[in-house]
Design a protein around this ligand. Structure first.
Ligand SMILES: *Cc1c(COP(=O)(O)O)cnc(C)c1O
Length: 501
């Protein structure tokens, strides 16, 4: 195995500098011709400032290079493989970006009269119908801006419906494998969370649900495929148990990338679900945004959907607010419009066949990695997986190497690490989601790096435990960086902190 090459190689030309360390007094980003003095004079004196104390003075090119350099130190799907389990970091075709930038979409004002928004609203109307079809549900609201907000919205619909029937109930059952947003959304919606354990096989069974199910349970929140990358094959039996006691079934559809075009949650006994358009239907979503988490429901929950609802009468689109049972708005205007345009463009450009093939390729790629690594890393659940596969650090632990060390060492090989230590039910989890957009060569390169790290863990554990070696910064105190972010140069200097670019 040759030396790993890091994409984030530190610049050999000049050490990294902060903007505050660069520049020189009197430098400016633009030139102000003398004859424009008139313009300057037109700015009222009270709004003019000669000096901003402590502000760096820089030329345009210095600023440009600074930010370009920073962008090159970032890790993106366009630089390398990004197998971050649960996040579906697939490549987002540029055609969707082009469509989202069409002036007719990008420059419209949400307060423009509805007659001038017909094209945009038609796109939303069609997207609602396409998502109904894909999910096997009956009605869709595009308003929620993220998966988590979709969850909250869906639970609010359940609460509104049960309240109207006479009792909103008290509890939501959530499996131990669930994403953290599930218990959080349930709590925000005023419910108590009861955790159900998955069986040894990593999925839940109807008998355990039956034991917990009573008339205080408003809903079961289930993720399918679940966060272990396993298909909840008992879902229909589980749904029947929940329905028998008057509860509803909420499906966390964030993992829909494994199902699109192959299976429909609406056929599995689900009453309401959300989809993460930014995961399944193309939107660059690193760094926390933007997103869209539409909710889809069966007929019995339609009346409670957020307003306004899009209606079409004789070819003309209108927005309806007079829905007395609606939970109201959950977001301003039309949802995260740019993300909705990208999703529409992605779906139309792939077509039904393309979507199905994408799901099948996502599964194939995950199973390819699972088979290639199963002799060197302990596999958490030894059976075919859906769109992601989970390993643990059990074998490497014998030589003191942990999941965190393996993740850090992958950076030296130029790969973004997988999701680590999640789901919580798997000790030392390494959760790998390759997605459908990767070539066999890339998957092989990643497999080779993982095998090489397994070898290093045996022969030279210190090398892995002290990784990364080739990145601009080494191991960061991530908890401190998140809790006490240093955003001011003076503070950073006063603390005598190591400079971290
Ligand atoms: C990503 C994810 C969520 C949350 O979605 P956001 O858009 O990040 O709020 C919920 N559940 C699962 C299973 C997920 O993977």
């Amino acid at each position: 195995m040759s030396e790993p090459s890091a994409v984030n190689r530190p610049s050999r030309v000049a050490p990294p500098r902060l903007l505050f360390e660069s520049g020189s007094l009197g430098r400016s980003g633009f030139y102000w011709p003398a004859e424009n003095g008139k313009v300057q004079a037109a700015i009222p004196a009270g709004l003019r400032r000669d000096d901003i104390p402590g502000f760096p003075e820089l030329g345009e090119l210095e600023v440009l290079r600074h930010f370009t350099r920073l962008s090159q130190r970032n890790f993106g799907i366009e630089s390398q493989f990004y197998p971050l389990g649960s996040c579906t970091m697939k490549y987002n075709p540029k055609v969707n970006e082009v469509v989202a930038r069409f002036p007719g979409f990008a420059l419209i004002h949400p307060l423009a009269p509805i007659e001038l928004l017909q094209g945009a609203i038609e796109l939303l109307y069609e997207l609602e119908h396409i998502l109904s079809e894909i999910s096997g549900m009956e009605h869709v609201s595009l308003q929620p801006s993220a998966g988590a907000q979709g969850e909250l919205t869906g639970l609010m619909l359940i609460r509104a419906h049960l309240a109207e029937e006479g009792n909103p109930r008290k509890k939501i059952i959530v499996p131990d494998t669930a994403h953290g947003t599930n218990p959080a959304s349930s709590t925000l919606c005023g419910y108590d969370v009861v955790q159900i354990s998955s069986s040894a096989g990593g999925i839940i069974d109807a008998a355990s649900v039956e034991k917990m199910m009573d008339e205080d349970v408003a809903a079961l929140m289930i993720t399918n495929p679940n966060t272990l990358g396993l298909f909840e094959k008992n879902i229909e039996a589980v749904a029947a148990v929940v329905h028998a006691k008057g509860g509803l079934v909420y499906l966390d559809g964030a993992n829909l990338n494994a199902l699109v075009g192959v299976a429909k949650p609406g056929h599995m006994g689900v009453d309401v679900l959300h989809m993460n358009l930014h995961k399944t239907f193309s939107t660059p979503h690193g760094g926390g945004g933007p997103g869209a988490g539409p909710v889809a429901v069966k007929e019995r929950l339609r009346a409670y959907l957020p307003v306004p609802r899009i209606v079409k009468t004789a070819g003309v689109f209108a927005l309806r607010d007079d829905c007395p049972k609606s939970i109201g708005r959950v977001r301003s205007f039309f949802g995260n419009f740019g993300v909705l345009v990208r999703a529409y463009s992605y779906i139309i450009s792939l077509g039904a066949d393309g979507l199905e093939e994408a799901s099948r390729m996502a599964l194939l790629n995950a199973n390819y990695i699972r088979k290639k690594l199963e002799k060197s890393y302990q596999i958490a659940y030894d059976e075919p997986c859906m769109h992601e596969c989970i390993f643990t650090d059990r074998i490497q632990h014998k030589s003191g190497v942990s999941t965190l060390d393996i993740a850090k060492r992958l950076l030296d090989y130029g790969f973004h690490p997988p999701t680590i230590y999640f789901p919580l039910v798997v000790a030392g989890a390494l959760m790998i989601e390759p997605t459908e957009t990767e070539t066999p060569e890339t998957l092989d390169g990643f497999v080779e790096a993982m095998l090489s790290i397994a070898q290093e863990a045996k022969e030279n554990p210190e090398l892995v435990k002290s990784a990364p070696h080739s990145t601009p910064v080494r191991r960061l105190d991530e908890a401190r960086a998140a809790r006490k972010p240093v955003v001011r140069w003076e503070r950073q200097r006063a603390d005598g902190d190591e400079r971290q670019g």
